[in-house]
Design a protein around this ligand. Structure first.
Ligand SMILES: Cc1ncc(COP(=O)(O)O)c(C=O)c1O
Length: 425
């Protein structure tokens, strides 16, 4: 037995890996059945034209076998057409776009396809948690920089109040820097990077010959007056940017696990090699249905009927409602400029919570677990989105997801109301 344990542990490059927050908190939700505002997915049906497309594909006989390795032809065509319009240059559907198993695989292929032993990769915190292990598995060295609030006295903090220290960012760039990972709109903060911020990052990438990995899975969820700017559109950035998207986020079908990356052919080649030797080819019917959904969106791009326009309008009142009930319950919410997550400072409620009932190292884990088990409302602990040395920046917060049915958001408000009024008695 000891022999087996010794020989079959995790390979060295994976050492230190633990089940992720998603694995742990999905089990927590199954065990305690809370109202779940934790994981980021809609709890209501996707748009009908999207599910109808899949139904049609499933009923037919043509799209049930392997498709083209680097992306189903109809889908890469649609993606190339869409992004050519959005970024103002012609994208070659065969060499400059690749479809993947979710944005996750696109990130994996981009990072593994570019990062070599000892390469440094700059990661902006808070960050989607898989970036760090992906960089480490590739032999890279993550270098972290946190977005920090510039005005903590304001009654309502906005995700826009969280900024990068320019000198600190500049100081991270050096001859070993291979890439920077940008996520706009950001998960979990909801920050939408401004033109000025993106220009600063782009200039550093150009100055130090660095790749920009731009995770834009929430590109269509942006609240006015904010605007999603694709860093690839800035001068001199096409040559050094891989942009990543997700059908799961774009069409509210997270279970479809379909993503993509686009960029110049020489950089895309590196992703193709990783994909070819791990996944090889994606799911045909899902890609065909997504292609049809994109074709419909291409016809009405920019109009009010477009799902890419209506989704933010649908989410905006939910954002306002959640901010209001969190604030009334005593949290200090950070109003997101994009995405469908809201971070909120829970520490004003600390005296009402028995943090000692949980044994986790970080306070936000204890808070969220205690809330799930005792109050029946689940959120995600944001320290998971920070590096080991900066966990304390996330510990005072909880992340809630608001792409949920109004009645469930109301139920969350009721749960918090009831809890607060019982505590007052
Ligand atoms: C910032 C970010 N990037 C990538 C992903 C992964 O997307 P997918 O579900 O398409 O793999 C997510 C999912 O939550 C995300 O929030």
């Amino acid at each position: 037995m000891a022999e087996i344990q010794q020989k079959f542990g995790l390979p060295k490059r994976y050492e230190g890996s633990e089940p992720s927050v998603w694995v742990e908190y999905i089990q927590l939700a199954l065990d305690y059945k809370p109202l779940n505002l934790g994981q980021g997915f809609p709890d209501y049906p996707p748009p009908k034209y999207v599910t109808d497309a899949l139904l049609e594909v499933a009923k037919g006989t043509k799209h049930h076998q392997y498709t083209r390795d680097f992306g189903h032809p109809r889908l890469v065509e649609a993606l190339a057409k869409l992004y050519s319009k959005l970024i103002g240059r012609d994208i070659d559907s065969r060499r400059e776009v690749m479809t993947t198993l979710g944005a996750y695989e696109a990130l994996y292929a981009t990072i593994t396809g570019h990062v070599d032993q000892g390469d440094e990769v700059i990661i902006i915190e808070p960050f989607f948690d898989c970036y760090e292990p992906m960089v480490r598995y590739a032999g890279g060295v993550p270098r972290f920089i946190a977005l920090k609030p510039k005005n903590t006295e304001a009654k309502f903090l906005s995700s826009g109040d969280f900024v990068l220290d320019k000198a600190e960012l500049e100081g991270l760039f050096n001859t070993k820097t291979k890439a920077i990972i940008l996520n706009t709109p950001n998960n979990p903060l909801g920050k939408v990077f401004t033109l000025e911020e993106l220009t600063f990052i782009a200039d550093l990438c150009k100055k130090h010959n660095v790749l920009c990995i731009s995770d834009e899975v929430y590109e269509w969820m942006v609240y006015k007056p904010n605007e999603h700017i694709r860093i690839v559109t800035l001068p001199g950035m096409w040559e050094r940017t891989i942009t990543i998207g997700s059908a799961g986020k774009t069409f509210s079908v997270t279970g479809w696990k379909l993503g993509w990356a686009y960029g110049p052919a020489n950089l895309m080649y590196n992703l193709l090699m990783v994909h070819q030797n791990s996944v090889y080819t994606g799911c045909t019917p899902i890609q065909e249905a997504t292609a049809r959904a994109f074709e419909k969106e291409l016809e009405r791009l920019g109009s009010d009927e477009s799902y890419f326009v209506s989704i933010s309008k649908e989410l905006e009142p939910k954002r306002a409602f959640v901010a209001k009930f969190l604030q009334e319950a005593g949290f200090k919410p950070i109003i997101p400029e994009g995405g469908y997550f809201m971070m909120a400072d829970w520490t004003p409620l600390e005296s009402l919570v028995d943090l000692n009932a949980e044994t986790d190292k970080y306070k936000d884990y204890r808070f969220t677990k205690w809330m799930t088990k005792n109050i029946g409302l689940q959120g995600i602990p944001p320290s998971v989105f920070y590096s080991e040395e900066h966990k304390s920046l996330g510990e005072n917060f909880v992340r809630y997801c608001f792409i949920k049915e109004d009645k469930n958001l109301q139920a969350a408000a009721d749960i918090l109301n009831k809890w607060k009024s019982e505590k007052k008695q």
